[in-house]
Write a protein that binds this ligand. Structure first.
Ligand code: AMP
Ligand code: MN
Ligand code: MN
Ligand code: MN
Length: 283
């Protein structure tokens, strides 16, 4: 591989105000430029809405921009995120999955509000919808309301106490099956990357089973660095990337200046690694 491809500063996982990020697509691109990122993707949850604005701003800066989206799916009842990258924004298979997930988001929000009411909280649905505006509505919007109204100290507590996957146990099985999403998108001229593989409640044995399914159904890569991944996790994910013939992707998963997120483009880069990179063939 050319040295230049290895040493580029790459960030292929970020969020804007079009989903649950703090900055607009343009502001996010400006931040990436400040951080000397040279290849950048916007990957909002279940929407392509921010891509045109981000692409335009990136072009103004001469920054290489990659279309991206983080799709919500599930595998064996476990909510799972995958990042689709470098697609054409009019791809009908992708648009159909994105639209489906947007319908699910609204329906799920109603059910989340109902579950919170059962725990004695007020009905937050209308306010959550209003807060999201034309962004994709998600649990972070409920978390923000719970903080604002003083029910919890911060978003993390809101997830601990009310919104985490365990707390919303009755909301299992809302997302489309990983198999369905992957087979619909496989061969459609895009990279299909498992997001933050170490963030799921999976043993290494189960993670290997997931990667085997992911590859079998047409997945093409895994994130070996996502945010502040621990070095030993990165090593493990590199090994798994090679073992399952899945290319390596990297990203900050940046959402904004608050919370546990890494800064755009600021995370362990993978200079020494021997893995194949998802972006190698792109430019
Ligand atoms: P949703 O897309 O509605 O399922 O919400 C998931 C999003 O919630 C993730 O993408 C994160 O941005 C955010 N999130 C998850 N866990 C936490 C946490 N403990 N504290 C703050 N935000 C969180
Ligand atoms: Mn998020
Ligand atoms: Mn995610
Ligand atoms: Mn993300």
């Amino acid at each position: 591989m050319p040295e230049a491809a290895r040493y580029r500063k790459v960030d292929l996982h970020t969020h804007s105000t079009r989903s649950d990020g703090h900055f607009s697509p343009s502001e996010l691109v400006d931040l990436a430029v400040e951080q000397n990122v040279s290849l950048f993707a916007l990957t909002d949850h279940d929407t392509l809405d921010g891509l045109p604005e981000a692409r335009l701003r990136a072009a103004e800066h001469g920054l290489s921009f990659i279309n991206g989206v983080e799709l919500s799916t599930q595998w064996n009842g476990i909510p799972l995120h995958m990042v689709a990258l470098n697609f054409s924004a009019d791809n009908s298979a992708l648009l159909s999955i994105v639209k489906g997930n947007q319908v699910i988001r609204l329906d799920r929000a109603r059910r989340i509000a109902d579950l919170l009411m059962k725990q004695g909280l007020p009905d937050l649905f209308d306010e959550a919808v209003a807060l999201a505006g034309d962004s994709q509505l998600g649990r972070p919007h409920f978390a923000a309301l719970l903080v604002e109204k003083g029910f919890v100290k911060d978003a993390n507590k809101a997830f601990d106490r009310y919104l985490g996957n365990k707390k919303l146990g009755q909301l299992r099985d809302v997302w489309p099956e990983l198999e369905q999403v992957l087979t619909a998108l496989a061969g459609q001229n895009m990279a299909l990357v498992l997001a933050h593989p170490k963030r799921y409640p999976l043993t290494v044995t189960k993670l290997k089973r997931l990667l085997s399914d992911f590859k079998k159904w047409g997945g093409t890569g895994i994130e070996i660095v996502s945010g502040n991944e621990r070095p030993d996790s990165v090593r493990l994910l590199e090994r798994l990337s090679r073992a399952f013939d899945l290319k390596a992707s990297v990203g900050s998963d940046y959402h904004g200046p608050f919370g546990p997120w890494m800064q755009v483009g600021k995370f362990t880069q993978i200079h020494e690694s021997e893995v194949d990179l998802v972006w190698q063939a792109w430019s």
